[in-house]
Design a protein around this ligand. Structure first.
Ligand code: DAH
Length: 338
């Protein structure tokens, strides 16, 4: 028995363990139920009382030794692995990554921008916090004139407010560029309005401005007509209705004809078949003068359209509040659209 114990100890001590596989081989050889240690214990059980007394202690010592070789090596391997950094198996399939998607407002905004870019318009931007001059005064809103109430304003202090329309960017462009000017200004605007299915306290607009020698109302009509044919499809009917804006003279609003065949069309157009999509007009001479552009030499047109309304129409969405709730179930439906 003594020899057997000695021999097993020698084998265990000289066993080379350099890897997890070696460690497992060690365990299989010595520690499992049918391993060498248990074999030795079986033999031990067959000994007589005297021999049992003699070898019980050394055998238990051996068992502990073998177990601690295993434990120490196991800990050593583990710490070596941790030091070497994580183990990558690049043959494993990757974890599924949830791809994001564009917001429907962005999708429609980009499509609208594309059409105007094709017509040669550039893109310009301005700040969302705007001063009175750019949002109102330069655009020919007289001081204390009720026209300012057309747009319920969020004031920040006496001098600044959140812009109520992207027409403010017109002024910034005229300040910094000389005609000819042909630009669109997409962006977010803010109004202190009750939130409902049809209006929100912030929304998006695209402003357009074209100034050159000899620009006429016919150019305005042609540009918007082309936009509608490109964006809503060949043959879409439009109509212009006279309107009022302080910064244009004459001013108009433009409707597109959706018809009254579907429930959806009737709802959106309040039964008339016509959907108003923008305001427009010839840039008022006062606005040109406010921006140091000579109205004797130059004329121009401007237009401003709401992006939400067009998006509602395009996707048959009934309540625009859903655009701003960030509900992933809604947003996922636009996956893959640009
Ligand atoms: N700024 C107007 C609004 O927010 C829209 C608009 C109307 C813009 C006529 C224009 C324009 O440039 O000529 O309701």
């Amino acid at each position: 028995m003594k020899e057997l114990i000695k021999d097993l100890q020698k084998q265990a001590l000289s066993f080379k363990i350099d890897s997890r596989e070696d460690l497992e081989a060690f365990r299989m050889k010595f520690l499992v139920k049918k391993g060498m240690l248990n074999d030795l214990f079986s033999k031990f059980r067959e000994l007589d009382g005297q021999a049992k007394k003699e070898f019980g202690g050394p055998l238990n010592d051996l068992k502990q030794k073998v177990q601690s070789i295993y434990d120490d090596k196991s800990a050593e391997l583990l710490s070596n692995e941790a030091a070497a950094g994580p183990v990558y198996d690049d043959s494993l399939p990757g974890l599924p990554l949830d791809a994001g998607s564009r917001h429907p407002i962005s999708i429609v905004l980009n499509q609208m921008i594309d059409v105007f870019m094709k017509m040669g318009f550039s893109i310009s931007e301005g700040p969302e916090v705007e001063d009175d001059w750019h949002n109102f005064t330069a655009l020919n809103f007289p001081e204390n004139h009720p026209a300012r109430d057309m747009q319920d304003t969020f004031f920040i202090d006496e001098d600044f407010s959140l812009r109520t329309h992207t027409s403010s960017v017109q002024v910034r462009v005229m300040e910094s560029e000389d005609p000819p000017i042909r630009t669109i200004s997409p962006g977010r605007v803010y109004r202190n309005e009750a939130i409902s299915a049809r209006s929100n306290s912030f929304f998006h607009q695209i402003e357009g401005l074209y100034i050159d020698k000899g620009v006429s109302f016919a150019d305005l009509k042609q540009t918007l007509y082309l936009f509608v044919q490109e964006f809503f499809g060949e043959g879409t009917k439009v109509r212009f209705r006279p309107s009022y804006f302080p910064f244009t003279e004459p001013s108009a609003e433009m409707d597109i004809y959706l018809g009254v065949t579907t429930e959806e069309d009737r709802r959106l157009t309040k039964g008339s078949g016509w959907l108003e999509i923008l305001g427009c007009g010839m840039v008022d001479e006062n606005v040109l003068r406010n921006n140091d552009i000579d109205p004797e030499t130059y004329s121009g047109f401007a237009f401003g359209m709401g992006v939400e309304r067009i998006t509602l129409f395009k996707y048959g969405v009934k309540d625009l509040r859903i655009f701003f709730e960030n509900d992933i179930r809604f947003l996922r439906q636009f996956q893959g659209e640009e």
